[in-house]
Ligand binder design. Structure first.
Ligand code: GDP
Length: 197
């Protein structure tokens, strides 16, 4: 593993009989203003968190927390990115390279952000072989129905082309945000289980 901060979290809190939770790095990608920070705050401060001590602010935009999905614990390190840094080739360990899985956000009220998500998906493919890396295309701000510029079917079609899952969310209404996090953990487990098999 490239990172060790999660180990200390696990060892300080783990209960004897349960197996250590598996740890994953999940990266938030997307144009500026689509709701990445709002997504990260829900993750960091969620009401259904097991224990607030388990959520650590590890750096400016890195959040780590233990979540329970389908009765099994997982440690998720969430990395909130700035869109501009994703084009910076000089960044060696850029978030594009360091994730186990990616939430690719756009805003349903902003077609440009939808196009940006496609660009980011293509860039991601250069770093990550397609079939190996779990990605969910996330159409955020679905509460803003009157300002919608990207239909659900367009989003779904785009996800099909990009061979990834699709979900529409609203951080404002706290709608489907945890479904997205849980979905990515489920995909990571499927990949893990198929590797073990
Ligand atoms: P970031 O640049 O991707 O980190 O985007 P932010 O999280 O800073 O969000 C940009 C703006 O959109 C802020 O004013 C948020 O309050 C707003 N916003 C984020 N998500 C939603 C949402 O689901 N619905 C609505 N109505 N506004 C949202």
């Amino acid at each position: 593993r490239r990172w060790s901060s999660s180990d200390s979290v696990i060892s300080s809190d783990s209960v004897g009989e349960s197996p250590p939770p598996t740890a994953y790095r999940v990266v938030l990608l997307g144009a500026s203003g689509v709701g990445k920070t709002a997504f990260a705050s829900i993750f960091a401060g969620a009401a259904d968190s097991m224990d607030s001590d388990e959520c650590e602010l590890c750096g400016d935009e890195v959040f780590e927390k233990e979540v329970e999905v389908d009765g099994e614990a997982a440690t998720v390190t969430l990395i909130d990115t700035w869109d501009s840094e994703l084009d910076d080739d000089s960044v060696q360990d850029c978030p594009m390279q360091s994730g186990d899985a990616y939430l690719l956000l756009y805003s349903i009220t902003d077609r440009a952000s939808f196009l940006r998500a496609s660009e980011l998906r293509i860039t991601l493919r250069q770093f990550r072989p397609a079939e190996q890396t779990p990605i969910i295309l996330v159409g955020n701000k679905c509460d803003l129905v009157r300002r919608r510029e990207v239909s659900s079917s367009e989003g779904r079609a785009c996800a099909a082309v990009f061979d990834c899952k699709f979900i529409e969310t609203s951080t404002a209404m706290q709608h489907n945000v945890w479904e997205a996090f849980h979905g990515i953990v489920r995909q990571l487990r499927l990949r893990r289980d198929s590797k073990e098999a």
